[in-house]
Every structure is written in C-alpha cells, then in structure tokens.
Write a protein that binds this ligand. Structure first.
Ligand code: ZN
Length: 449
C-alpha cells in the first residue's frame, strides 16, 4: 500500500536539511511566497482505510514539507471532509496514490495564487493610512471593514475607538510578541462593574485566519460606539464587562501580509537545531493544559508544532497571565477559521467535560440565531468529536485551567469555497451574524438580571 511508500521516505537529518533549504529557495521569490497553480482538493473518506491513509499522510511531516502539501483541514472522522492544498508537483505525484486508495477528491480551489491576487494583497499592498487618508477625519468604520487591515492600521483604529469613547473603553498592553509588537486588549465596560460578569474574546492566534481579527474589530467597534444607541449592546453591557484581544499573533499576521499568505504559526526562533530553518510554534497547541498529549508535533518545522515547552511562545503566555490575573471569567471565546463550527472542550480527549451539556445548549441557541441572519449553517460539538484530537489549545486551557465555565472556539466562514482566503466583502456579513450569535450567548448564560 502507498502508506508504506509515504512513511518510507528517508528521515535522516541531513536529508531533511537539504530539502528544506531547497524548499525555502524555490518557493519564496522576491520576498513573497507564491502559490501559482497550487490547488485545494477536498476528500471525503468513506472507509476506515481511506481515513487511515489520509491520517498517515497528515502525519508525514517530512513528506508534506518536501512536497509543499498543506492540510487546510485535518482528517477527523468518516464522511467529514479533509481539504488539502497541494503544489502542482505534489498533485501529480499523489493523484495516482489517491486513486489507488479509491479517493476521488473534488477541486475546491484550482489556483490558490489567483485567489490571493484577488485579495489584492501581494506585491505593493499598503495598509490604508489611518484614518484613511483624510487629515483630521474620524475613522470610518465602513472603510475599515471593507478589507483586511494591517497590524498598524488595526492598532490605530483600536486606539482611536478607545480615545473617542474613553468612558466605555480603555486600552491595555498585556505583553509583546516575539518580534516586539504590542499585544493590545481593549476593555469595554459601561457604567459600574458591580455585579457584572466578565467575557474574554481573542482572535488571530492562527496568522492566516484573517476573518477572525476583522470580526473581533467589528465586535469592538459595535460594542463601544453603540452604547446608548443600540438596545442589544446596552443589554450586553448591562451584564458584562468585555475584554477583547483582536490580534493575538501579530507577527504571524504581518508575515501573512508581507511574505507568506499561508503562514499559521508564531514567528519565534525555536531553541532546537531546526530553528535555523523553521520558525514559530502553533500558538493554539502551546497552552499548558494537557500540553502535547496528542494532535500536536514535536517537529519545529510542523504547522502544529507545540513549542519547546508550555507557553514557550510569548503571545499565549501573555494572554494566559492576563486571564489568570484578571478573572474570574464567565465566558471565553476564540475566533478561528474556517469550517463554520462552534467548538466546545475538550480538544485533547474524546471525553466530554462536566459542563458540556450546558455549553452545548448555549452554543446551539447561538447557531440558530446566527443562521437566522444570512442562513449560514454552523455545527456545534466538542472539538475532538467534530474534528480530531488537538491538545494545548486555548479553549481547553480556559475551561480546564482558568476555570471559565463557558469556553468556545468559533471556526468562522466559510466551509471551503474560499477557505482561508475569504473575500473581503464577506467580512461584514460574517461579523454581523457572529455578533448576533454572541448576543444570544450573552442572554443565555446570564439571563437573570
Ligand atoms: Zn485556527
């Protein structure tokens, strides 16, 4: 079987080094990694053999790096889809292998680069000057949400929102990224905090999942600027204080704008011998709760590298310290993409946590109200049971370690037509419907006030 072929690829160190040097020289031209004729294929394994084959392929990190194969969604259970981005060479090499396993993929994206070009974000893309070019003008939310903004613009918008609404919002820098960028949270509170519960929201742990930070910024803008004007916002803020970290991995996010649109991890230099070549760890495999107990990698070149130790990455470390210091929290929400899922703990085991039923009840109500806006369907379930085992995630930590009773990860739009390269005209509708889901959660988890 081809499983044997795939796993028999030599694994000695020197061989890997040569391959990786080759890889980096070939695919990053003029500072931008290009994805010409890279395709995204969707597989639906219907037999355990097929699922096992895809699983084995996903585990073969050396092969994936060598051939530039990237699992956009990982194999989970039978009949659930697996999206794989393949270089043209990998696609021609693997096509007969897929065929021999009776796997017939559908093509989700024929040419990833053309989608990236359509985002108008490769060469020469500049962040919109803040506040969008007109000296002295007020920030224009419509312009802001018309496209995916760069780190500087996002932080300027954040500062401006707080500055012009200082009774409701304050900014705090909770730490710095590996490359020294500020990790800024905005604290949103109207009136007295007495008797209120606290909600934490973060976005952008994974660099390429751009819709998350934009959605978080939409939440911030909506909550802060609608006080006294929107009864839904007033209702939320009468019961909760909310802290939002809109860009949890700014180094990775900037790297996706300047160099490699498909970067996922942080940008740290690991302390391993591979650190010369492969940077960063997966900031959603690096949290201390059940760290490295499955579904993460010890290989620094892997996209799901757990890091050299729990909280080896400064970004999740700063987040966790702030969360522990400023609790107790009633709800934790993390925005990721894509797949349209509301995920509940646990991610590290198929077992369900003791509050699962209640968390599920709230998430189901949220999914129903979300769907009522643009008919966007979401699926609710525990991360491991809907997807696969992935330990060291922030939502498991929030629930298991920080004691947050409602802990959720949203996998935002879409379901794979665009994947990570979600067109910017979908920012606002995605954020709008997600906000409605959030309002429902707020009503459900603390109704009696
Ligand atoms: Zn993610």
């Amino acid at each position: 079987m081809f499983n044997i072929k795939l796993t028999s690829i030599p694994l000695n160190g020197l061989f890997i080094v040569l391959l990786l040097i080759n890889f980096s020289l070939c695919f990053i031209e003029d500072g931008y990694k290009r994805y010409n004729n890279y395709s995204v294929l969707r597989f639906k394994p219907t037999t355990t053999d097929q699922l096992h084959f895809l699983y084995q392929l996903a585990q073969n990190e050396t092969f994936l790096m060598e051939r530039s194969v990237d699992f956009w969604t990982e194999p989970g259970s039978l009949n659930s889809s697996v999206d794989i981005m393949l270089s043209p060479e990998a696609r021609s090499t693997l096509s007969p292998v897929f065929a021999s396993n009776q796997l017939t993929p559908s093509v989700m994206i024929e040419d990833v680069q053309s989608r990236i070009d359509a985002e108008n974000l490769i060469k020469g893309r500049q962040s919109l000057p803040f506040p969008f070019g007109v000296r002295g003008s007020r920030p224009n939310a419509k312009q802001f949400f018309s496209t995916y903004q760069r780190y500087d613009t996002m932080m300027s918008m954040l500062d401006e929102i707080a500055r012009s609404n200082s009774k409701v919002a304050t900014i705090e820098t909770i730490g710095k990224s590996f490359e020294g960028r500020d990790l800024k949270v905005i604290k949103i509170s109207s009136g007295s905090s007495s008797g209120k519960k606290k909600i934490w929201i973060d976005a952008g742990l994974h660099a390429r999942e751009w819709i998350g930070p934009s959605t978080a910024m939409y939440f911030i803008n909506k909550l802060v600027t609608s006080v006294g004007k929107d009864e839904n916002v007033d209702s939320i803020l009468s019961k909760y204080d909310i802290v939002v970290l809109p860009l949890a991995n700014p180094d990775g996010y900037e790297y996706t704008h300047t160099t490699n649109r498909m970067w996922r991890k942080t940008r740290s230099l690991t302390n391993s011998r591979w650190g010369y070549i492969c940077r960063g760890a997966d900031p959603n495999r690096n949290w201390s709760y059940k760290w490295r107990t499955g579904g993460s990698s010890t290989n620094p070149c892997s996209d799901v590298y757990a890091g050299s130790a729990p909280f080896s990455e400064p970004e999740p470390k700063a987040m966790s310290q702030y969360i522990l210091k400023n609790g107790p929290w009633h709800m934790y929400i993390s925005f990721h993409s894509y797949s349209q899922l509301i995920l509940l703990p646990w991610g590290w085991t198929t077992d369900l946590p003791k509050d699962y039923k209640e968390m599920y009840r709230v998430a189901e109500k949220a999914a129903t109200s979300l769907k009522s806006i643009y008919d966007t369907p979401y699926t609710v379930g525990s991360a491991t049971n809907l997807l696969y085992v992935a330990s060291g995630g922030s939502d498991d930590w929030a629930y298991g370690e920080a004691g947050v009773p409602y802990s959720y990860t949203f996998e935002l739009r879409d379901t794979g037509d665009h994947g990570f390269v979600l067109p910017d005209d979908l920012i606002t509708p995605t954020a709008e419907e997600t906000f409605v889901a959030f309002k429902t959660m707020c009503d459900e988890i603390y109704p009696n006030k």
